[in-house]
Write a protein that binds this ligand. Sequence first.
Ligand code: PEP
Ligand code: MN
Length: 359
Amino acid sequence: MSFLKTEQTPILIAGPCSAESRSQIFSIAESLTHSSVSLLRAGVWKPRSRPGNFEGNGEEALGWLSEAKKQYGLPFAVEVAEPKHVSLALAFGADAVWIGARTTVNPFHVQQLADAIKGAKIPVLVKNPVTPDVDLWVGAIERFERAGIAEVLAVHRGFTSYQSGSKYRNPPNWVVPIELKRRRPDKKIICDPSHISGNRVLVAEVSQKAMDMGFDGLMIEVHPDPDAAWSDAAQQITPDTFAALLKGLVIRNASTTDMTASDELEYLRALTDGVDAEIIELLARRMELSERMGKLKKRCNMPVYNPERWAEIVESRSHQAQNQNLSPDFILNLYEKIHHESVRRQLDILESKDNLPKD
Ligand code: PEP
Ligand code: MN
């Protein structure tokens, strides 16, 4: 059985953003000892965006973590960003390491870390890259798998966004971890609501959302005195708030023993399959009509794109959507994709060297 309690949902990882002092680590370890947390997290090398900020207590902090582990029996994990971090973390008995979001973006660094960790028998947690790039994320996971790491887990911590106005520090962009899970259903995904939120008042709702989406665990920043934290102060929560969060969390089950509900779910899934088959058939018919229009446009030497027609489609479909209780934004996104495909097919027709069709 893995110490990560991977059979337990959710897998819980908690601890401060950074290891600041021996007393802080001992205090947090003590408060988490009798909880269902399987791993204490604490950064000892901190990737800071700007120079001049606190960059972690390094080797000294590894000493505090390994002493606290001896005292309280709680396994610990640190972030590694360089091969020498890996050798130090292993030398101090780290039970797991995580790869930070700023490291996952760089395949050279990830490979160096994978080479450094080869042969170690500890889990590696791979945070998503700061950009919403599933390939980079999957690629980093694969590099550790190829290095022989048996337990590689993914951590979703949200994505950098230049858009102001988001309530999140790193908007979650849930489609990205969902796509990761589609490609790698065998991988456990842990959500890091702290770095997504950037604000402690949002941590509980993001944690719940992760449970609602079927995530396997949570990594939450917990600090004995969050306001005084040396890094990420705004998003850290106290051990008491953490306990309350866990108490209020509704854990979802992957399956149910309620046979009536399960039969009804099967039935609704079958109906959904039927509706989806109709949607696909309708889309095929719509593309056929687009191609016929493309042929006519070619014959009359007209351009493919007609701004008035597109404006009319947007207007009328949004209106129809509202009448059907569908969000106009959702329908607009969908129609942008449909229109894009339709334009692409018509451009192919205009640009093809074929003789004009007779019809
Ligand atoms: C962290 O976990 O404290 C951290 C630096 O995370 P990220 O790589 O997600 O920014
Ligand atoms: Mn942090």
